[in-house]
Design a protein around this ligand. Structure first.
Ligand code: PEP
Length: 261
């Protein structure tokens, strides 16, 4: 059965890059995107907060979407150094990553907080990319399914719909390590996530939500991963910092949907 979802290739630049590096990367991607007449993918870059405004200007109008790596759950107020979803929207962001495992680990973010951030993002018209995934210990203990199900149901807003929600399955042990689950294991978890989405949002919305795989995706493994029935693109860290690698991953997407996402 053809997948009716347009792949999303999303770059999470994390805490990398100064103005010049970011501009060079964005320029190289924008140039490639502009020469595409009918790309088989949507492309998104999520620079660090310091670069969002500048990169937004560089990619403006070229067909690459702009996103951020986190937002605060509150609309405004006394939250020193935090950034609200409305501020991101004001800069031209269309997406924001929430609940990345590095936020969950480094900042102790809970499912409840991730859900509140996703709600804040959606209320501002942003699409929330909600990250979930098990640690190596949890996988070794046979708890992957339980962890993923709990994180999903705890992190997804009640009013989420496919047009404002993307799920990223990122096994924590695969992030930045060069290791990945087998293709079968990835598909198994993505199918479980889609099933969980069905219960939370209903079957029609669940069928339309894009579920990205993240964790050491690179040009060498992207084609097989993206071709899996319930994988709708990638959330890419390390390989998104090199234009040629990020672009090569995007080129692994094939036209396999019967209409636009
Ligand atoms: C990430 O942190 O979202 C990620 C997937 O990183 P990497 O591609 O470097 O594993």
């Amino acid at each position: 059965m053809p997948k009716n979802r347009r792949p999303l290739i999303a770059g999470n630049w994390k805490m990398n890059g100064f103005k010049a590096d970011g501009q060079a990367l964005a320029n190289a991607l924008a140039e490639r995107m502009q020469s595409e007449t009918d790309p088989a993918f949507d492309m998104l870059v999520c620079p660090p907060f310091t670069l969002i405004a500048g990169i937004g200007e560089t990619i403006d109008g070229c067909g690459i979407a702009l996103g951020a790596q986190d937002c605060h759950a509150a609309a405004k107020g006394a939250h020193t150094a935090d950034i609200s979803a409305a501020m991101l929207s004001d800069l031209g962001c269309q997406y924001v990553i929430v609940g990345h495992s590095e936020r969950r680990t480094d900042h102790g973010e809970t499912d409840l907080e991730v859900k509140a951030k996703a709600e804040a993002a959606q209320a501002c018209g942003l699409t929330a990319i909600i990250c979930i995934g098990e640690t190596e210990q949890q996988r070794d203990d046979g708890k992957t399914f339980d962890v993923v199900k709990t994180q999903l149901s705890g992190s997804i807003p009640d009013a989420a719909v496919a047009s404002n929600t993307v799920i990223a399955y990122e096994p924590v042990w695969a992030i930045g390590t060069g290791r990945t689950p087998s293709n079968d294991e990835v598909q198994e978890v993505h199918a479980l996530i889609r099933d969980g989405l069905s219960q939370a949002l209903g079957e029609d919305q669940a069928a339309a939500v894009r579920i990205l795989y993240g964790g050491s995706m690179k040009p060498e493994n992207a084609r097989e991963l993206i071709a899996l029935p319930d994988v709708d693109g990638g959330l890419i860290g390390g390989a998104s910092l090199k234009a040629e690698d990020f672009w090569a991953i995007a080129e692994c997407c094939e036209k396999r949907w019967s209409s636009g996402a």
